[in-house]
Ligand binder design. Structure first.
Ligand code: DUC
Ligand code: ZN
Ligand code: ZN
Length: 512
């Protein structure tokens, strides 16, 4: 980017943010050195800037934290297999995102088993998102049928198109892959510099327990959690790590819910394997007791992996964020309307519950950043760690090269928070009516919040101003972001180059 010399009092910038405390994964920059000048959608410079520029608009951040815009890298919107009719589409989902401080979402494009090519699938998702997105967006590809031609010929095309990650399932009959298929995708993804995301639960264990529960008539929503015990996540997580170790392939274990799975991940990282992991706010705050409830209300909390039953898991996951086990915190916004025969109530027919028919997933795109911020206020994590897992790491892991950092040349995606004890902010108990998604409930109803994004800024435009009208952005503001190759923990096992011929001389340059 070419930058004109900014030290000139008549030089006009688009936006100046003054007096905040800028947060990076390592540092806090305090006033007066923390002013941010924004021009043409980019951060022009950071420093003691008062009096150095004129500006079209000035925002006084008043001692509040100024963080990079949130990057939610696990979001299901307009997803053809499940969410189309009764969940959020791009418009409502991204509207909700910006109100909660998220400026970029990475959503899933979904390959059905019958799709012989994934290229039309990508086109279809582009159509769903273009002109319907309040924030910037990118795509991962869910592969449910990785044929030879898709793996060999189409994955390289996806990389060229800026789609540099795939998600694989080890469970669900309609989605799951066998171990050999997973290995083949990992090999190809590694050679291409893609990240392989894995949903790790043991499908056969779940099928066995489900069968037994149904025979006993135990079909209420609560039994969904019983049918997916921690050992099924434990085993599958270890298996996925073992496969990644064999191939020396970078993987990310999505939506980890239990201490035991987190332990496998930590152990693998200690061995310097290229293993990343994600957890989500629901696994930090909610227990499976939420699945009980009158009038089928427990279905509102059905997700996979399920909520766990002990505080020890919640505590271990917070610790896992603090100690670096979790690379990222995402929402896994997989929203379904509760009160609809095509939504959560698919699992209730003629007054009879069937937990296997309840769509799996929770809404949470808007609450992700504020819920993580609660962890800062509670002393669970530092504000620097907040920025690392919610903003910076998702950008680095998934190749969003201009995002996730407040530094010259980066996209001016910024969130301004209220300062502690700000008289402009009153702590509140959340109700679903406060949110901007298109879902009739929030799993976090009644939870107390002590902060919330005051402003959300995308490429220099204020799109959310909590005290000045709320949503100010438009559904045409969001841009598709072509991602580059993944770039955090790197493969390092030279032995693999000996036995997988396609690796020789083809290790992508960003792995060196
Ligand atoms: N996996 C997800 O990633 N989201 C919702 C449900 C699921 O199984
Ligand atoms: Zn999943
Ligand atoms: Zn998901």
């Amino acid at each position: 980017m070419s930058v004109q010399s900014p030290i000139n009092a008549s030089f006009e910038v688009d936006l100046l943010i003054l007096n905040g405390t800028i947060v990076s994964p390592s540092d806090l920059i305090h006033a007066p050195a923390s002013d941010i000048a924004i021009k043409d959608g980019k951060i022009l410079c950071v420093g003691a800037l008062q009096g150095l520029f004129t500006a079209k608009r000035v925002i006084d951040a008043k001692g509040g934290y100024v963080t990079p815009g949130g990057i939610d890298s696990h979001v299901h919107l307009s997803q053809q297999n499940s969410i189309g009719a009764v969940g959020d589409k791009f418009e409502s989902g991204t509207r909700s995102a910006i109100a909660g401080g998220t400026t970029t979402v990475i959503c899933f494009a979904f390959q059905a088993k019958t799709d012989e090519s994934v290229l039309p699938v990508v086109e279809e998702y582009h159509k769903k998102a273009a002109s319907f997105s309040y924030c910037d967006y990118a795509f991962h590809m869910i592969l449910t049928n990785p044929t030879r031609s898709i793996v060999e010929q189409e994955l390289p095309i996806l990389v060229e198109q800026g789609i540099t990650s795939v998600k694989l399932y080890m469970t669900y009959d309609a989605l799951k892959l066998g171990d050999r298929q997973i290995l083949d995708v990992m090999i190809a993804a590694r050679a291409l510099g893609m990240t392989t995301m894995v949903h790790a639960e043991n499908a056969d264990m779940i099928a066995l327990i489900t069968e037994q529960l149904y025979e006993q008539g135990k079909t209420d929503p609560y039994y969904h959690a019983i049918s997916r015990p921690k050992i099924s996540e434990d085993e599958a997580t270890y298996r996925a790590i073992s496969m990644a170790e064999l191939i020396d392939a970078p993987i990310l274990l999505v939506h980890i819910s239990s201490a035991v799975a987190a332990k496998h991940i930590k152990d693998a990282q200690t061995k310097l394997l290229p293993i990343h992991a994600e957890t989500c706010p629901q696994y930090l705050y909610l227990l499976s007791e939420k699945l009980h409830g009158e009038n089928f209300e427990g279905a509102k909390h059905v997700c996979s992996p399920p909520l766990r039953d002990s505080m020890a898991d919640l505590d271990a996951l917070w610790d896992g964020i603090a100690n670096g086990t979790f690379t990222i915190l995402s929402s896994d916004h997989a929203p379904f309307v509760f009160d609809s025969p095509m939504g959560k109530k698919l699992g209730l027919k003629d007054g009879v519950s069937r937990f296997t028919a309840i769509p799996n997933g929770l809404p949470g795109i808007e609450t992700r950043m504020p819920l993580l911020y609660k962890g800062v206020q509670a002393g669970r994590i530092s504000i620097q760690k907040f920025v690392e897992v919610a903003c910076a790491n998702p950008a680095r892991l998934y190749g969003l090269s201009n995002k996730g950092s407040i530094a010259p040349g980066y996209d001016a995606d910024v969130v301004i928070w209220y300062k502690d004890n700000d008289t402009d902010f009153k702590p509140f108990a959340l109700t679903n009516e406060m949110l901007h998604h298109n879902i009739d409930y929030t799993p976090f109803e009644d939870m107390e919040f002590g902060n919330w994004p005051k402003y959300t800024i995308i490429r220099g435009n204020v799109v959310w101003a909590r005290d000045e009208g709320g949503i100010l952005g438009k559904k045409t503001d969001g841009k598709f972001i072509r991602r580059v190759k993944a770039g955090l923990r790197q493969p390092r096992n030279k032995f693999v180059n000996e036995w997988i011929p396609q690796y020789r001389g083809r290790v992508p340059s960003n792995y060196e």
